[in-house]
Design a protein around this ligand. Structure first.
Ligand SMILES: *Cc1c(COP(=O)(O)O)cnc(C)c1O
Length: 304
């Protein structure tokens, strides 16, 4: 049993913070006078990986022992991270999953991992899922899931607490890099990163979803977290490769080649697209000679 005043002891999980920052030679960047640093957030914790640690940690503290409810699709990195946190900290977790039809099928490996980590799954149809931030819909979903008293973390984990948690990522890069590159889903990590960088750093977000809505989202998240705009950031919307979880043979071979060159696994949903954008931008001459770019490795591949 968990008591509602027991703030989970996150330090007991021994996160590796600040995460390692390693220079890594890449001829495709060197040719353009660009120095590459890899910010290895994927090494923060083996199960609470990357930006998921930074976003979840303040929310787990705020949950103070209550059930944590959150939302995600069938392959959500965020759902898996929340489930793992629940197991490690002894917190009950509920995952609200998009797609009523998934309830009828065998669980995919990602959802099976969530269940193995003790997460209770609650499937909802897509139209309910789309309206999940409307108060009346949210209340009905929580009631149906038997989790009315829970700490609610939104889809992708991006709320004001999460964005504040990601500011530390920017602070760790302060004075070390001119530009920080990051893949974006909800934009919460970019919103915090940009706020932490300080006056000499700029952050470039690479959305992996199509739609062109992300700039407004990042501004709204910064407003919620900090009361207004923070830092110098911009987006390059050209590298979504068709949308979330979409890929192309060119992206796949780029990712395999990057793994060989740099001796590290490349997560395909987000990190591969950001790294592809990095090389493409350097080849376009987007970075002045002498620029140091930090590429944030926000996650690691899920191996089942
Ligand atoms: C969740 C995730 C992101 C996206 O983070 P947002 O804060 O939603 O933009 C980026 N990279 C990886 C590996 C992720 O798992």
């Amino acid at each position: 049993m968990t008591s509602r005043d027991a703030v989970p002891d996150l330090a007991a999980l021994r996160p590796r913070l600040p995460s390692p920052l390693r220079e890594s030679a890449d001829g495709r960047l060197e040719r353009h006078g660009v120095r590459l640093l890899l910010k290895r957030d994927d090494l923060i914790h083996p199960e609470l990986i990357g930006n998921k640690w930074r976003k979840l940690a303040p929310n787990l503290a705020a949950a103070a022992g209550r059930t944590v409810v959150t939302f995600g699709g069938a392959y959500s990195n965020h759902l898996r991270a929340t489930a793992a946190a629940g197991r490690l900290l002894g917190l009950p977790t509920v995952g609200v999953v998009r797609g009523q039809e998934l309830a009828e099928r065998p669980l995919n490996p990602s959802l099976a991992r969530c269940v193995a980590d003790g997460m209770r799954l609650h499937f909802v149809d897509r139209s309910t899922y789309r309206r999940k931030s409307e108060p009346s819909t949210l209340a009905a979903v929580l009631r149906a899931a038997g989790a009315e008293d829970a700490h609610v973390v939104p889809e992708g984990g991006s709320n004001a607490l999460a964005v504040q948690g990601c500011r530390a990522l920017g602070e760790e890069l302060r004075g070390r890099a001119d530009v920080a590159l990051i893949a974006c889903g909800t934009g919460g990590t970019l919103a915090g990163l940009a706020a932490g960088l300080g006056p000499d750093g700029r952050a470039l977000g690479v959305p992996v979803l199509r739609g062109g809505f992300l700039g407004a989202e990042v501004r709204a998240l910064q407003h919620a977290a900090f009361g207004g705009p923070r830092g110098d950031w911009w987006l390059d919307e050209r590298f979504h490769f068709g949308g979330y979880a979409r890929t192309t043979p060119a992206l796949e071979s780029f990712a395999e080649d990057f793994e060989d060159r740099h001796g590290m696994p490349v997560e395909r949903l987000y990190v591969a697209k950001m790294l592809y954008a990095l090389v493409a931008l350097a080849e376009e001459g987007a970075f002045a000679r002498g620029t140091t770019v930090a590429a944030v490795v926000t996650g690691a591949p899920f191996t089942g």
